[in-house]
Design a protein. Structure first.
Length: 201
């Protein structure tokens, strides 16, 4: 419990004092999920699901009792987050609002994403299926990810595209430094059109 509070102070510059941190809906969502997950693993019927529904009403964050969440997970703002039954989240992951870790198909087995360690998932990102997001990956805001993401990489866009960051390490809150492959492509096209126009003249 104290580790969860410490994580918020480390990653959220808006965390002013312990009293404000104790009001964070992401913190309560994690705590209630731990209780629901424990009961789920003990095969106790109905109660884990009831706890998850109460947590959803209180926090607007929906986490299935079966989901596995590692230590140091920080849910910032959290409104609208959905985490499916077979999702697995590694240690020190940061998740922003409106994120979906969803399933595909109707199979009973593994159908939700596995998130590695130290991953940052931007606001509105959708990650679907039994895919793996590698350690230290960055998922840009509103990215739609349906294919595995290698470790130490960043994906942006819909559908998500892997972008090489040339070895530059980003801090968890450095959303403005995510690359824009579409913008780069448009700039390159504009440059080439200008060159062709000069040749024609």
């Amino acid at each position: 419990m104290f580790g969860d509070i410490k994580v918020i102070f480390e990653r959220d510059p808006a965390a002013a004092n312990i009293f404000e941190v104790l009001l964070y809906q992401g913190l309560w969502a994690i705590w209630l999920h731990r209780l629901a997950h424990l009961l789920y693993r003990l095969h106790i019927p109905v109660i884990p699901r009831l706890i998850s529904q109460i947590a959803r009403l209180l926090t607007l964050i929906e986490i299935h009792p079966g989901a596995k969440i590692g230590r140091g997970c920080f849910i910032d703002h959290g409104n609208g987050i959905v985490i499916g039954e077979t999702a697995e989240i590694g240690e020190n992951v940061t998740i922003y609002q409106q994120v979906t870790l969803g399933g595909t198909g109707k199979n009973k087995g593994k159908r939700h994403p596995t998130i590695g360690k130290n991953v940052v998932i931007g606001a509105g990102a959708i990650i679907l299926g039994a895919i793996t997001i590698g350690d230290n990956a960055r998922i840009g805001a509103s990215a739609v990810v349906t294919k595995p993401v290698p470790k130490d990489s960043t994906v942006v866009g819909n559908p998500a595209r892997i972008v090489v960051l040339e070895g530059k390490k980003l801090a968890p809150l450095s959303h403005s430094e995510l690359p824009d492959p579409v913008g780069r492509a448009l700039d390159e096209m504009s440059r080439r059109i200008t060159e062709l126009e000069k040749r024609i003249k």
